[in-house]
Design a protein around this ligand. Structure first.
Ligand SMILES: NC(=O)c1ccc[n+]([C@@H]2O[C@H](COP(=O)([O-])OP(=O)(O)OC[C@H]3O[C@@H](n4cnc5c(N)ncnc54)[C@H](OP(=O)(O)O)[C@@H]3O)[C@@H](O)[C@H]2O)c1
Length: 318
């Protein structure tokens, strides 16, 4: 594993990080999730990403991760890993369990720490911009989370370019620099290229790309339609069947052919394609098996693209 500096901070993150959005909830096999986390750590993945609402049921991924920590990461091993959580989407009933108020963010962080049985998380994120709450308030809540020792760093996620500029400036003024932005970015989702990545670089903020495989679309899984053991088939999955369109499948088939010429799987090529950009600190993958995880880590063996390959890929994606 190679570790990249997260923006202009002191923190190094592995080029591949593991997210627990799917496959770690109370509806999933605990043993399978535990095996994936253990295998990830053995391969040098030191960064595990959670959020208050990961499950289902919401919160259960954090509860399960707490058990995995207790079983496998006792004592000083906590110091060898980076654990993140977030608040911003609906978590509990009433007016205080959603969006970006200080009330919600700080009580949610306390709940997350209890579920994982941790004293602190390494990164606490505002999971989404709240148009109704003053941005100062949301950022002051992140600043407080860090000052109170419940988080070591602050991050934002799903903020657009303008919101990111403002948020990073407020955090800088408060004395808690924004460490990282978690953005949806893959061959199929290109919005961050329209200015956001430049702003992050200019502000010295790291960038971690989530759903880098477009939830599994950028793998060889859907070449022949929707298999039963897939996120698109799973009723708890967030990949909707209409996202596996005929047009998408045609693109996937063509991309897969280029990956084969490179002696890579399509998943490996999709991750390498993101990591070729020095502004990307880490790619934040999901995995439903240890096999997938290992396949994805092997992407690091070939991160170089020829100009002709990049041109061919652009032509397919256009
Ligand atoms: N900040 C945010 O708003 C936000 C939003 C979404 C996600 N995230 C973070 O990003 C993390 C990753 O998101 P994601 O799970 O959508 O990422 P992803 O890497 O794009 O998709 C992961 C899924 O793709 C399939 N897959 C992975 N490797 C494969 C391989 N080698 N061959 C075939 N299929 C493979 C598996 O699904 P199957 O079940 O089909 O096997 C796996 O669960 C989340 O866990 C979370 O931490 C953050």
């Amino acid at each position: 594993m190679k570790y990249n500096r997260c923006g202009k901070s002191g923190l190094l993150l592995p080029q591949i990080s593991l997210g627990l959005w799917h496959n770690f909830g109370s509806v999933d096999s605990f043993e399978n999730g535990e095996d994936i986390v253990k295998a990830a750590f053995d391969e040098g993945i030191t960064h595990f990403d959670l959020a208050n609402n990961y499950g289902p049921v919401p919160g259960s991924a954090e509860t399960n991760f707490g058990k995995i920590l207790k079983n496998n990461f006792r004592g000083n091993l906590r110091d060898e890993i980076v654990i993140t959580t977030k608040a911003g989407y609906t978590m509990w009933d009433g007016p205080y369990g959603d969006w970006g108020s200080r009330k919600y963010l700080l009580s949610s962080l306390d709940q997350s720490l209890k579920r994982m049985n941790l004293e602190y998380v390494d990164i606490f994120y505002s999971h989404r911009f709240d148009p109704e709450t003053p941005l100062e308030e949301t950022m002051m809540a992140l600043d407080y989370a860090v000052r109170s020792g419940k988080a070591l760093y602050a991050g934002i996620s799903n903020y657009n370019t303008e919101q990111t500029k403002e948020a990073t400036e407020i955090l800088k003024r408060l004395g808690t620099p924004c460490l990282i932005h978690q953005v949806k970015y893959s061959m199929f989702v290109r919005e961050p290229e329209a200015g956001l990545l430049d702003v992050l670089e200019e502000k010295g903020v790291g960038c971690i790309a989530f759903s880098p495989l477009a939830q599994g679309l950028l793998t060889d899984k859907y070449l022949k339609g929707i298999p039963e053991n897939s996120r698109a088939f799973n009723p708890n999955g967030h990949l909707k069947t209409d996202e596996v369109s005929e047009e998408r499948i045609q693109k996937i088939i063509q991309l897969n052919a280029i990956a084969q010429q490179r002696n890579q799987s399509l998943a490996q090529m999709a991750l390498a394609w993101l990591l070729k950009d020095s502004r990307i600190t880490s790619v934040l993958i999901g995995a439903s098996s240890v096999g997938q995880l290992k396949n994805n880590i092997d992407s690091l063996q070939n991160l170089d693209f020829s100009t002709a390959e990049l041109f061919e890929i652009e032509n397919i994606l256009r």
